[in-house]
Design a binder for this molecule. Structure first.
Ligand SMILES: Cc1ncc(COP(=O)(O)O)c(C=O)c1O
Length: 395
């Protein structure tokens, strides 16, 4: 039968997506998944049963648009306790993963042509959404302490002088994806100051904050602001699983209202019931267990890089999160080599994928969250073999 022709009907904004089924290499350091062995499946199943027996009949109603109130209460308590944020459940909207929160805020604030600032390498999903809504995404120079305030100031000035409107800075200050560092307290303060001086709000994406297995917590940018300059997003994907699709935003009322207009209905109440019930009894125990597993994997990756890459590359040493950032000498082309490496058995994402300007061909993100520690060690050894065989080490 002839297929109906949609070609002339698509919205100009609707991109042709190239997202096929996820492909996995034998050793897969490309994907950003957590540890499947520590998923709290039994705890979630028990929690779901308890919650359904107690209030399952409420699933007959449509959920309130900001999401299941008890879970918003729990998130507010957690943010007060762990991130020193003075928030109430009413300041929170639950979303389908933090990705939806980010997308709603982008839509509420962006006109085509507006500038959205990010760190010089940034989470792909956010960059994709920003571009979908017509933004000019501009990366700001960073070092190992985070965003460089002088570079931020200069970038905002240059964009403004060129007649463009800078709408917000998106930052992942804790266990940055993909760079792995955590922004220092002083840099957080300076970043807020510089942005405030130009009337620019800051979207703080704190989705990795609970995955700390070493070092001291640095307080949230949200806790350093009482003017509503910070829009905060968080996620259950890293402390439970991406498959539960639960995240949230904290924003001033006038922003929440605009953002909510881009959400169709409330968030999945079935998932919210289970998550709320589960986290109320086992959240910190579970996070500890997860972090112990991640630490072993991080250590395995660092040890294997030391053994097999030695002084032929440098790499980050994250205190939490899921990523190591590998830097090869200038001139090494990990971008062109990515597909070949995948075919030979090791997947990674090269730096250009995360850079708004397309920089970083000599860099790569290596995710240690999903494979076992043994697989991490074997995979890094294999990556070194592949580089050796293909002349990547010689530049
Ligand atoms: C920095 C960052 N923000 C947001 C997300 C989106 O996560 P989710 O929508 O599952 O909460 C991810 C996913 O990997 C991420 O790395």
């Amino acid at each position: 039968m002839t297929q109906f022709n949609y070609n002339s009907l698509f919205a100009e904004r609707a991109p042709i997506t190239t997202r096929g089924a996820n492909r996995h290499a034998t050793y897969d350091f490309a994907v950003a998944y957590p540890d499947p062995d520590t998923l709290p499946l039994t705890g979630l199943a028990d929690a779901l049963r308890v919650a359904l027996e107690r209030e399952g009949r409420d699933l007959a109603y449509y959920p309130v648009s900001a999401g299941y109130p008890p879970l918003r209460e729990l998130v507010a308590e957690k943010l007060q306790r762990d991130r020193q944020m003075d928030v109430s459940p009413d300041d929170i909207i639950l979303t389908s993963g933090s990705g939806e929160a980010i997308n709603m805020l982008i839509q509420a604030l962006t006109n085509p042509g507006d500038v959205l600032l990010t760190e010089e390498y940034v989470y792909l999903g956010t960059m994709r959404q920003m571009r979908l809504w017509g933004a000019n995404v501009v990366g700001v120079k960073c070092d190992n302490e985070g965003i460089i305030p002088e570079a931020l100031d200069e970038t905002i000035r240059a964009q403004t002088a060129a007649g463009r409107r800078v709408k917000f800075l998106y930052t992942i200050p804790t266990f940055q994806n993909p760079l792995g560092w955590t922004m220092t307290l002083e840099r957080r303060r300076r970043t807020l100051e510089v942005c405030a001086s130009h009337g620019v709000p800051v979207m703080e994406d704190d989705c990795y904050v609970d995955l700390r297995f070493e070092g001291e917590d640095v307080t949230s940018m949200g806790s350093m602001d009482d003017s509503g300059q910070v829009l905060y997003v968080g996620s259950m994907s890293k402390i439970i699983a991406p498959g539960v699709r639960m995240g949230y935003m904290v924003a001033p009322e006038r922003v929440r209202e605009r953002a909510l207009s881009f959400k169709s209905g409330g968030v999945n109440q079935f998932a919210a019931l289970a998550i709320n019930e589960y986290l109320r009894s086992e959240m910190y125990e579970h996070i500890d267990e997860e972090n112990q597993a991640l630490r072993v994997k991080r250590d395995a990756m660092l040890a294997a890089l030391g053994e097999h890459f030695g002084n032929r590359a440098t790499w980050s040493r994250p205190e939490g999160g899921l990523y190591v950032w590998l830097t090869m000498p200038q001139g090494t082309d990990l971008a062109s080599f990515q597909e070949q490496s995948f075919r030979e058995g090791v997947g990674y994402y090269n730096g250009t994928m995360f850079s708004p300007e397309g920089n970083g061909a000599n860099m790569a993100r290596l995710c240690f969250g999903h494979p076992t520690a043994e697989t991490v060690s074997a995979g890094i050894a294999e990556l070194a073999n592949i580089f050796e065989r293909n002349g990547i080490f010689s530049g």
